[in-house]
Write a protein that binds this ligand. Structure first.
Ligand code: SF4
Length: 325
């Protein structure tokens, strides 16, 4: 099926997802309504990997809104990594030297309840004029060598829209690299079209695709095929994960995650400590536990399979390795 049609057929009502999973709404602890904020959204492809009749399935827990979202500890905010000051009439966020983030869309195929941009004010950043302004800003700033297409999820844009962005960036002589951060190859594998892989292959920019997988069960045959299609077209594939309580904070899951990623042609890149966004505190793993997991994981994995455990801290010039926090 065409990926756009698949996207339209996503679950947007919790009851519908629970029904296909043969779960009774009363089996889910403290479910809450999301009518007024950060809506519920799950693709059918992702839902097909959730184990039926298991209310604690680690994929299900990533998408179910529960009362934990109503907690508001003091150190959790709507803007945990300090992106607000970058708001202008432009889609550009510049946090680190030499790189710039182009926020191409606010939409996603799946709404992950721990998302650090769950309250991000995308409205003015994703207009055509804002994108134009961003390209203009990049062309004037000779220090920018790498552009990161982000969102939301940039692969929500269709291939024609991506091609237009690629062409604009290619014309800027000092931009050498293009990186795309996307969860779509995982949650909607059909999005990896031939045209997309060709676009990535044929651009004169050096490209990489950073996907987002938190648990080995997220990789089924269709996903692995979509990643292979990328690899066969010469794309560099990396993965970033978020360390999440009750989802992947155990050594067996983390070991298996790195191993299955590598089998699918993807190198583990970052293991992010949770960004402290309001509504996600119930997913937090303490720094002490994370450090302990990192230490143990290092004894299980070859060095190239070991993701770097990091935290993003507002106003810092880079992500900070956990051991230095
Ligand atoms: S796909 Fe990425 S940007 Fe979209 S909700 Fe999930 S974590 Fe956030």
């Amino acid at each position: 099926m065409n990926w756009r049609k698949e996207l339209v057929n996503s679950y947007t009502r919790i009851e519908d997802l629970l029904s296909v999973l043969e779960l009774d709404i009363n089996q889910i602890d403290q479910l809450i309504s999301t009518k007024t904020y950060f809506p519920f959204r799950v693709t059918q492809a992702y839902a097909s990997r959730i184990k039926p009749r298991d209310p604690n399935d680690p994929l299900l827990l990533q998408v179910l809104p529960t009362s934990g979202e109503l907690l508001s500890p003091q150190n959790f905010s709507d803007d945990p990594v300090g992106e607000e000051p970058f708001k202008k009439d432009s889609s550009l966020l510049q946090k680190y030297h030499g790189r710039a983030l182009l926020v191409a869309t606010g939409a996603c195929a799946i709404n992950c309840r721990y998302c650090f941009r769950r309250a991000f004010p995308y409205q003015h950043m994703v207009k055509a004029k804002a994108l134009e302004n961003a390209i203009e800003q990049i062309s004037r700033d000779l220090s920018i060598k790498e552009v990161i297409l982000s969102g939301g999820d940039p692969l929500i844009l269709d291939d024609q829209e991506l091609e237009t962005i690629f062409e604009s960036l290619q014309r800027i002589k000092h931009v050498e690299r293009l990186r795309i951060h996307s969860r779509l190859p995982i949650v909607l594998p059909s999005r990896v079209t031939k045209r997309f892989t060709r676009l990535m292959r044929d651009t004169s920019l050096n490209t990489s695709l950073v996907v987002h997988v938190n648990h080995p069960n997220e990789l089924d045959n269709l996903t692995i095929e979509s990643l292979r299609r990328c690899k066969d077209n010469g794309l560099i594939l990396l993965n970033q994960s978020v360390l999440l309580k009750n989802i992947n904070n155990d050594i067996k899951t983390l070991t298996e995650l790195s191993e299955v990623l590598f089998s699918a042609g993807v190198l583990p890149y970052y293991m992010h400590l949770l960004d402290r966004v309001k509504g996600a505190s119930h997913f937090e793993v303490s720094d002490t536990e994370a450090l302990n997991l990192e230490t143990q994981l290092r004894t299980r994995l070859s060095g190239y399979l070991m993701p770097t455990f990091v935290r993003e801290i507002a106003k810092k010039g880079s992500k900070i390795p956990l051991a230095q926090i």
